[in-house]
Design a protein around this ligand. Structure first.
Ligand code: ATP
Length: 482
């Protein structure tokens, strides 16, 4: 198919036009970096979440799922390090009042320089960031005469750390002790429930705990649509292993997660690994699975070997013993006894996965018809397995008993998968609308159906049509969505 393009702005408009994603509170001019999923988007998101949940819990005997609350005891975030360390260095321009993440400001400037100077600037920035030298970062910005993109001046405030956690008050009295946070990740809900789940589920190491849910980060530089949001959803799994075996499991999850992305239709060449060079203090290995978004290669999922850091921290702050009694192995094959398990984490953003799927699916196609004239369409080639609507049922005319037959088929199929019924407009127009929504199959009921019980099925991706018995439709769609 000629002339396929993939334009990010057009994807964003398309998502709005067809009920996938709306700006939050659009009626009041919107809330920055917060989005609502519409009737199509909510279903696609649910299908992705369900696929992940199934692959993690149902298909792994040793992984169970939980649903921990968003609000947690404030000490959780002290223990995890988020109160003290979950921050980005920021700087404000005094003339425009625009706030920048220091690393983004310097990196953008580096892009305007020739290679050697750019590398020297980034190396110096990394050194200052690693040593938390905020004054040094300000000097670096000033000595390189880095300007604000709005005011075009170098009139900067001091650099300061800006914590990304949202806080709120619990209870009626607004005292410091009542401050709690909206969780910036779901992982801590898993760590604090490690013993509960291990004991009640009689889980034996190695085992995992999975969870999906909302997370909140007061991102300063929030752009690129749903790539970086202030309220988003994570799908995380913490895998608890024997100390010393973490690299084996890290490699296992690295492979397994990439294969999973491929299983939902992301081509292998659009995915790559990016090993972290600078590791967080608690990690002994970390990598991102990156996807080639319309704006470049970016993190889709993180795989982290977190050692025993989290459980040890929670044991320390809660003054409780958080250990596992391993009655396997020995003599001299080791364990046999108590230890703090090591953790390998897989963490993928559901919204980023959604963006991945739609940016791959969106296509504008043009072609020449047999009579030489040009035709075109916008189509969302979402894999059938995750498409919000699987089948459109379209009576050719709104009379002659055709709607009745269509309704019968609808009633049969909707028990098994999402269907869409439409009887208005010319059939070609209805097909185009279904292409734009991403419905993989359309079925048309016409006068011949009344005679021989056959229907026309039209395939979204190829636009080919064939006549088949109506009784085969349900199985055909179910098979394609399996
Ligand atoms: P980034 O470097 O892009 O800010 P991160 O390294 O902070 O991401 P993690 O803390 O590892 O991200 O979170 C795990 C996953 O959660 C990420 O791989 C991403 O898919 C998702 N995620 C993180 N922050 C956001 C956000 N603000 N909006 C949407 N998804 C996010």
């Amino acid at each position: 198919m000629a002339n396929e393009i993939n334009n990010f702005q057009e994807i964003i408009s398309h998502c709005k036009e067809y009920g996938y994603i709306f700006q939050s509170s659009e009626l009041y001019d919107g809330l920055s970096a917060v989005y609502d999923y519409g009737q199509m988007g909510a279903q696609l998101k649910k299908n992705l979440r369900d696929e992940w949940w199934k692959s993690m819990t149902q298909l792994h005997d040793n992984i169970v799922g939980i649903d921990a609350a968003i609000f947690m005891h404030p000490t959780v975030w002290k223990a995890s390090g988020h109160v003290d360390n979950f921050s980005d260095p920021m700087i404000d321009n005094k003339d425009s009042n625009k706030r920048y993440r220091v690393d983004h400001l310097i990196e953008a400037h580096a892009e305007t320089l020739e290679k050697t100077s750019a590398e020297a600037l980034i190396t110096e920035m990394d050194r200052l960031l690693a040593s938390d030298d905020l004054a040094g970062l300000k000097t670096l910005i000033e000595s390189n005469k880095i300007k604000c993109s709005i005011s075009k001046t170098c009139n900067w405030t001091d650099v300061r750390q800006f914590n990304l956690m949202f806080s709120t008050q619990i209870g009626s009295v607004a005292e410091e002790a009542d401050t709690i946070y909206l969780r910036p990740e779901t992982a801590q809900g898993i760590f604090v429930n490690f013993l509960n789940v291990q004991k009640t589920g009689r889980m034996k190491i190695p085992f995992g705990i999975a969870q999906t849910g909302k997370a909140f980060r007061n991102e300063i530089v929030a752009r690129q649509f749903i790539f970086r949001m202030r309220e988003f959803e994570q799908m995380e799994m913490q895998f608890f292993v024997r100390p010393g075996t973490q690299m084996e499991w890290y490699n296992f999850w690295k492979e397994t997660r990439k294969k999973w992305h491929e299983s939902i239709g992301i081509p292998s060449e659009k995915l790559r690994y990016h090993d972290h060079v600078k590791l967080a203090h608690y990690a002994d290995a970390a990598l991102d699975i990156e996807f080639e978004f319309p704006f470049g290669w970016k993190e889709l999922e993180g795989i982290h070997s977190r050692t025993d850091f989290d459980l040890t921290q929670h044991a320390k702050y809660s003054k409780k013993k958080i250990q596992y009694f391993d009655n396997d192995l020995n003599s001299e094959g080791k364990p046999y006894g108590n230890y703090t398990p090591f953790v390998v984490e897989t963490s993928v953003g559901l919204d980023r996965l959604f963006l991945t799927v739609i940016s791959l699916a969106y296509a504008e196609e043009k072609w020449n018809k047999e009579d030489g004239t040009e035709d075109s369409r916008v189509v969302m080639k979402i894999p059938a397995k995750i498409a919000p609507i699987k089948l459109a049922i379209l009576p050719l005319l709104k009379k002659d008993g055709l709607p009745e037959i269509a309704t019968e088929l609808m009633n049969e199929c909707k028990q098994h998968f999402h269907c869409f019924y439409e009887e208005k407009d010319a059939i070609g127009k209805r097909y185009r609308r279904m292409d734009a929504i991403g419905t993989p199959f359309c079925v048309t009921i016409d006068h011949q159906t009344k005679e021989d019980n056959t229907v026309t099925i039209r395939y979204r991706d190829t636009m080919t049509q064939e006549r088949i018995p109506m009784s085969e439709i349900k199985n055909l769609v179910q098979k394609a969505c399996w």
